[in-house]
Design a protein around this ligand. Sequence first.
Ligand code: GLN
Length: 488
Amino acid sequence: MTGQFHTLPIHQIHQLLIDKKISSMELTQAMLRRAYEIDPKISSYVTITDDLALEQARQADDRIASGENITPLTGIPFALKDCISTRGVRTTCSSKILAEYVPQYSATVVNKLADAGAVLMGKTNMDEFGMGSSCENSAFVDTRNPWDLERVPGGSSGGSAAAVSASLCSFSLGEDTGGSVRMPAGFCNVTGIKPTYGRVSRYGLISLVSSFDCIGPMTRDVQDCAIVLEAIAGKDERDSTTFNSPVPQYHQDLNKSVKGMTIGIPKEYFVSGMEAGVESSIQEAIRTYEALGMKVREVSLPNTRYALPVYYLLLMAEASSNLARFDGTRFGLSVSENARDVIDIYLQTRREGFGDEVKRRIMLGAYALSSGYYDAYYLKAQKVRTLLRRDFETALASVDILLAPTSPTTAFKLGEKTNDPLEMYLSDIYVVATNPAGVPALALPCGFSKGMPVGMQLIGRHLDEQTLFQVGHAYQQVTDWHEQLPPI
Ligand code: GLN
């Protein structure tokens, strides 16, 4: 069978595979050809793992032929953000300091996907160590938005979003510390979820902020997102922050009616500065939900104005500590030329290996943690973090989910915000509060503004991904925004 099967969602490809209408080998070869042909224009991949992909596709076909041990992901090509460790495949965090680093073990999510029979196509570009909102902080290349090559794909999981959007894989995994799955999903017309903190193992994820980081799927639709989350979630002995509670069969309850449920609209999220086309798309989504029989109420998240400062302060503090391990004596780059002593090796390696944004955050983080400033900055931010968590708890006690945009604007132009870090941080305004609070949030396409995709997010209670999927799926049953493909 030939045709546009690379654009299909996982659940449809799965059916074609088990009906033997296509093989995983055909699909994988077609995806690889497409990646070599199209990716030079958008640069979503930093590494393409051809040999591994073809070998895994062959194994998947054997598995399908035997009729045993077939999962919804068997034979499905996927991509991984390059901060997720892959044994034997270089894992760079798009940083010069890890450009040649080849891990000796794989992340738990990678092992789970391999066990499910999924096919790894390659590793995707990102802002260095996850620090950024446009993919322009990669040490290697700027990823471009498949909807408009002059615009950014969002960040930091920009490569993972662009690869799904341009049909260069059937799904990808991103990492969301402060919006990095949801914001690029919104910019590229992709569905993505930041699960509850602790729902998915972080073992093998190169840490940015250990207390915020979440690995999450990026897919064509909500049904696929449910399928992938089901495969990667769960307790992991190697990550003590993972939950014991069993992983629900998310994809089975997707069709439950949403009638009578209540959506909360956080009033603090609708302020001036929002692009008119974004606001009107969100308003229309709200009307769609009303037509589905849902009730809509305004709610308040009163501490929203502290979300960005609290997020960035805690991020910088934790990141400065996490990134201390990259010192030229353990992993990756080591610059020891003419070094007088080991301190010299640390200094030279870090000076050469880290980009400007990473250095900026390490310096600010170290400052916030230093004696005399720790109480004033770090401790204070931790206290306000509790208030942010309570905001969500209080709001979600009276409604089933919250609905908000993923970003105040659609994708901006390359270079537009690179000279002003604060402007760049402001584009994260709607996505950062959920991470300090730990709550799950699902991003999905909800329209277009001047030809560029608009994303909305549904935010839910701890461990209640099920409701997010149910409400997101109901929307995708009556709209077709998620089916729109970029011109590329
Ligand atoms: N834009 C956020 C930042 O720069 C994204 C972080 C993330 O989720 N990895 O911190």
